[in-house]
Design a protein around this ligand. Structure first.
Ligand SMILES: Nc1ncnc2c1ncn2[C@@H]1O[C@H](COP(=O)(O)OP(=O)(O)OP(=O)(O)O)[C@@H](O)[C@H]1O
Ligand SMILES: [Mg+2]
Length: 354
């Protein structure tokens, strides 16, 4: 009874009215009626005041604090206090708000940690899976050779070549992972220089021509001969961007398909477009192809299939140039990947005529 607001108010109101009556008893002309009325009024007024104060300012806030704590225990985090609540002068409400805000901050921290842990788990699973494939293949060929196939001249060279191919794929995977990791942690520095984008694309096409010819894919390069395509960027990294985009356009095309590379100049920038008339990318995969290890066709064993790191690297390189990669694709018809780089500005007049 004494722990409820009513109990406390009753005891305090009785004490106050008793004090009032005792004080009035000291007066000579105090009649019993006056004492009764004064006692009654002081009891009722102090009871009501105490009750209101305790109930609304203290007990309600304490029960709110309990409510918040219970919600935190159940991981049902309370909502952020509104502005009027935050400006309240009641110290208990302030405590309540502080607990509330603290719980929200901790909740966000926990969510980030959980996401990071999930990401790490997925990443380790992906890496292990990707490493396993070339290691198993190389292991298989070498063990077959050791088990006697080495004596057979016809298979010896073939198996050694296959084992070497698997180890090359493993090397590429590790190199790509290192590059991606260094880019994400900002270790890799960009070396900006002026170069001709048209010449760089010619070099990439030359390098990939053999690969395209094997699949009877025709690469066509379109640009305006009278225009300059000089840009300022990291040449090696832009080479890598074009190499992956054109290589993808060949790899994910059908035999006898076509790849078109377009260079277009706009006011201050050059637009590079890589078009193919291959199988295209389903809309639900389009957003995810820039994630590491994401492949539309999940099987890695497919001839020519890569590790799924190329576009993640492309995205990072272009972000380092304050540019971005865009893609549009129609299933069964083909895809267009594009990005922009700044035009190299002609040097300004060295002197001013006055
Ligand atoms: N031009 C394209 N047409 C159809 N699908 C594409 C095209 N380019 C990319 N993709 C899809 O996006 C996925 C990711 O491409 P990405 O270049 O990142 O990896 P990859 O080519 O598989 O491997 P890597 O480039 O590391 O050798 C590919 O596996 C493929 O499924
Ligand atoms: Mg690729």
């Amino acid at each position: 009874m004494l722990t409820t607001s009513r109990g406390i108010s009753l005891v305090l109101a009785i004490a106050i009215s008793a004090l009032t009556v005792a004080f009035l008893l000291l007066m000579e002309n105090a009649t019993p009626t006056l004492l009764l009325v004064a006692g009654g009024i002081s009891f009722s007024v102090s009871y009501i005041l105490m009750q209101v104060t305790l109930e609304f300012l203290i007990f309600k806030e304490i029960s709110n604090i309990y409510g918040v704590l219970e919600k935190i225990q159940k991981k049902d985090y309370p909502s952020i206090p509104n502005k009027s609540d935050r400006l309240s002068i009641s110290p208990l409400r302030k405590i309540n708000n502080t607990i509330n805000t603290y719980a929200q901050a901790k909740n966000r921290e926990i969510e980030t940690l959980q996401k990071n842990a999930e990401f790490r788990r997925e990443f380790i699973a992906d890496i292990s899976h990707e490493l396993k494939t070339p290691i198993f293949a190389a292991q298989g060929y070498i063990h077959t050779l050791l088990d006697g196939a080495v004596e057979d001249k016809s298979v010896r060279l073939k198996f050694l070549k296959r084992a070497a191919k698997s180890l090359n794929a493993l090397d590429k995977l590790v190199q790509d992972l290192l590059t991606l990791n260094q880019m994400e942690s900002g270790v890799i520095k960009f070396n900006f220089e002026a170069f001709d984008l048209k010449e760089l694309i010619h070099e990439v096409i030359e390098e990939l021509e053999q690969k395209a010819a094997k699949r009877d894919v025709l690469i066509r390069f379109f640009y305006d001969k009278g225009k300059s395509y000089k840009t300022i960027a990291d040449k090696d990294k832009i080479f890598r961007v074009c190499q992956n985009l054109i290589s993808n356009a060949i790899k994910y095309n059908h035999d006898g398909g076509e790849v078109e590379v377009h260079l277009k100049t706009h006011k201050n920038y050059i637009l590079v477009e890589v078009k193919d008339n291959g199988k295209g990318i389903p809309p639900e995969d389009l957003k995810r192809i820039f994630e590491r290890f994401y492949r539309v066709e999940k099987s890695r064993s497919r001839e020519g299939g890569g590790t799924g790191l190329g576009l993640a690297i492309v995205k990072h390189i272009l972000e380092g140039h304050k540019s971005k990669i865009s893609v549009s694709s129609t299933l069964g018809k083909g895809s267009i990947f594009s990005f922009e780089l700044p035009c190299e500005k002609p040097a300004k007049e060295a002197s001013l005529k006055i």
